[in-house]
Ligand binder design. Structure first.
Ligand code: SAH
Ligand code: SF4
Ligand code: F3S
Length: 478
């Protein structure tokens, strides 16, 4: 059953890109008077899946809900509103959410007024909305990644009318500046510098779920960072699907290299950024990263494949040689840099030889950390229409084989830290042992360490005593 007032997603519409510059909206968001107290006496439970951009959206959603006087619930049982902020990147990400939605349904028995909502990237997909309507009728509210600012009104509609509410815009999007935020961290923060993606890698759903590439203005980003510094934050991670494209739409001279340098000049202790695409990583960017001590020597540089034909069909715009040239330039120019990457195995028709090119590249680069995935067809993307002669069994065995290589290098890289002294930004008590502190090095290594008089947010020198595959052990030194 379709309702006239529903606003349904369209992947076809989401694909369109005009030359129009994105409008920067500074006063679009408001909470109407009648909605302001909707959350009084009500608790919300928000669960976010997926990437850092989605985490940051979660902080905005929590900010909006708390501005409407909702308070956070400790667990789903005590919640009046449950919101799943979802990720659509691979089928298993979606299956997790649908499984969760199914199991949450039970809560309506004990709390008939409970409201179930779904937002994030899955909400942008037509087939997901169909599945929700057919198999998950208990979901009351669905809103898309371009509709977050509409949450107060949409919630009011869903709660008061008790009618299913669906609002998913599939437009290019604007940049909305005045949204509230509830930071989940106390000393590390995510800072969006741009939204969307125009790369259209043939396997990827993100350009459809997040709209056109559009940059925030330099002043707005710097204002946000100054506020963070003033409130005690030590680290910012600048977020964009491809930060290298920052500023293109604003015709900003210097682009991301310029922004990064301005951020470095704020003096904040630690700066990170994700994700930089290997295709248009400029020499100016490398120079800025090398020049400033507060830009962390850690670069996430997704390669996806080591084979040129596969890279071409993926639409990645670089060859393995281009990648290696950039990789070695960064390694030479950025002192003690660490690298991580993303790799997809089992892309349609990938041959054994093509896969072996990926293994060769991994062994040459010796990544500190690798995120490895089996290709997952996404409805609406070009790759999903390609025939595929690689069996799932073969894909799984390639993933295992790849992980033997990536895990080996992760361990070797960690072992090189034994006996060294590194600076760690303290996150808190380790999850496994309350006498142990944890935090990350400049190169993004997790360190578990012991020490006296340590506080969350401190920068501490730690001597590494033992290396494990995924973390380091150490002792704080005075
Ligand atoms: N903007 C980032 C990537 C965001 S998605 C970039 O371009 O690097 C994170 C990772 O998920 C990608 O790097 C890719 O390795 C993986 N990924 C994306 N789509 C996928 C798909 N359809 N199947 C399997 N892995 C995928
Ligand atoms: Fe997806 Fe490619 Fe854009 Fe990354 S750059 S989000 S992989 S389309
Ligand atoms: Fe997932 Fe959307 Fe991020 S698909 S990876 S949450 S942009």
């Amino acid at each position: 059953m379709m309702k006239e007032n529903w606003n349904m997603p369209s992947l076809d519409k989401a694909k369109q890109r005009s030359k129009n510059q994105a409008v920067i909206e500074k006063s679009l968001f408001n909470i109407p008077f009648e909605v302001e107290n909707l959350g009084v006496g009500r608790k919300y439970y928000l669960r976010t899946y997926g990437c850092q951009a989605n985490e940051r959206d979660g902080e905005t959603i929590a900010g909006i809900l708390e501005a409407m006087h909702f308070t956070p619930a400790e667990n789903v049982e005590e919640a009046d509103l449950i919101l799943l902020n979802t990720c659509a990147i691979r089928k298993n990400a979606e299956d997790k959410v649908l499984g969760e939605l199914g199991s949450l349904k039970r809560l309506r028995k004990t709390n008939p007024d409970i409201l179930f909502g779904m937002c994030g990237c899955m909400a942008q997909e037509e087939d997901v909305i169909q599945t929700l309507l057919e198999k998950y009728p208990h979901v009351d509210l669905v809103f898309g990644t371009h509709n977050i600012h509409r949450l107060p009104v949409l919630l009011y509609q869903a709660m008061m009318s008790k009618e299913k509410t669906i609002e998913v815009f599939s437009k290019e999007g604007e940049v909305i500046e005045n949204l509230p935020v509830k930071r989940f961290g106390t000393h590390k923060a995510w800072v969006n510098i741009m939204y969307g993606c125009d790369k259209f890698c043939t396997y990827c759903i993100v350009p459809y779920t997040r709209g056109k590439e559009r940059s925030r203005q330099v002043e707005d980003i710097l204002d946000e960072i100054h506020t963070l510094i003033d409130t005690g934050f030590k680290e910012v991670t600048l977020l964009g699907q491809n930060v290298n494209s920052y500023g293109k739409d604003l015709h900003l001279e210097g682009g991301f290299a310029y922004l990064l340098e301005e951020v470095a000049k704020t003096g904040i202790e630690r700066i990170r950024f994700v994700t930089s695409h290997p295709w248009n990583f400029s020499d100016e960017m490398i120079q800025v990263i090398a020049k400033y001590d507060n830009i962390m020597p850690f670069i996430h540089l997704p390669v996806q494949s080591g084979n040129d034909e596969i890279l071409k069909i993926m639409g990645r715009r670089y060859t393995s040689k281009d990648y290696l040239t950039l990789f070695h330039k960064l390694k030479d120019q950025v002192k003690d840099a660490a690298f991580s990457t993303d790799i997809i195995v089992g892309f349609p028709n990938e041959t054994r030889e093509q896969f072996e090119d990926t293994l060769k590249l991994v062994d040459e680069c010796q990544f500190d950390n690798s995120f490895t995935f089996i290709y997952s067809p996404r409805v609406g993307t070009p790759a999903a229409k390609m025939e595929d002669n690689v069996s799932m069994e073969e894909k799984e065995s390639r993933l295992q084989e790849l992980m033997e290589h990536t895990n080996h290098w992760a361990r070797v890289k960690n072992e090189a830290y034994e006996g060294k002294v590194v600076e760690v930004l303290v996150d808190g008590i380790s999850k496994k042992n309350e006498n142990v502190w944890c935090g990350y090095t400049k190169t993004n290594k997790l360190v578990n360490f012991i020490g006296e008089n340590i506080h969350v947010g401190d920068l501490v020198n730690v001597k590494i005593t033992a290396a494990k595959s995924w973390s380091l052990d150490g002792e704080a030194i005075k």
